[in-house]
Design a protein around this ligand. Sequence first.
Ligand SMILES: Nc1ncnc2c1ncn2[C@@H]1O[C@H](COP(=O)(O)OP(=O)(O)OP(=O)(O)O)[C@@H](O)[C@H]1O
Ligand SMILES: [Mg+2]
Length: 284
Amino acid sequence: MEETLQRNRLLQEELDATNIGLLALTMELEEKNEEVQSITQQLWQVARMVTMGELAASIAHELNNPLATVSLRVESLANKLPPEDPKQKALQIISQEVERMGALVKKLLNFSRRGQRKVTTVDVCREIEHALELIYYQLRKNRITVRRDYQAELPLIHADSQELLQLFLNLFTNASDAMPQGGTLTIRVYEGHTDTDCVAIEIADTGMGIQPDDLAKVMDPFFTTKPVGKGTGLGLSICRHIVREHQGLITIASEVGKGATVFIKLPMIKESGHTSSQGVSPLK
Ligand SMILES: Nc1ncnc2c1ncn2[C@@H]1O[C@H](COP(=O)(O)OP(=O)(O)OP(=O)(O)O)[C@@H](O)[C@H]1O
Ligand SMILES: [Mg+2]
């Protein structure tokens, strides 16, 4: 009798332990299930963004024709009016603005037509300026001042210019999102000679900054603190991928409430070849 009781007690304990184990497994499964659901939602979001990108590209493409028509009509009007006519000034402004729209449309189209990686000798500051031009309206809307500190006579690097454009666009978008009430975006570019010869780029904002716990995660795919529909959490992981493809380094530092700074190092090419950023039209 005593023996049976003892055995039952042991069996009961074993059963309790198994139950606890099962409970833990169920909780783990629930967690995994939530993770799968959230990743599925993020993938849908990415798919939506891809569609949006395609739509933007086709709109850019369709804008080419009406822009060309406006440009031609303005030119013909200007030719019909005497040079001293006061309307000439207005026509000149329209023509300049149409040209600016055309340039933007062209850049958008180039950006969306991604094919094979194409590595050439690239002037980093020129790519930064291209990205700033594309994001100009967003920065202006958020009342963000851009400060440039480009070292003169910077060496060229071997890079895919489209990928660099994508890198800077992602970083400037993040900086802009972090400063909805306005602020300053400071871009420094200089030669670095620490471990290897490189072009060093620092992109600093005066935005909300990143929580210390999040700092290690911000470059993980799908990590985002932005509301659904605003961010996919892919921007920085793409940036890291691009920098790695260029044998470079990317790090990020931040102080909550003060801002964030992204540090990038891209190895410079061995052959000598200098450039200046002259000819690049800075934003007004
Ligand atoms: N300059 C910054 N200031 C403050 N937080 C930042 C900054 N850059 C990135 N972060 C934080 O890192 C997260 C991940 O950035 P990431 O660019 O990868 O994705 P996202 O901006 O949220 O979405 P996506 O770029 O895909 O639209 C952001 O959600 C934000 O919390
Ligand atoms: Mg982003």
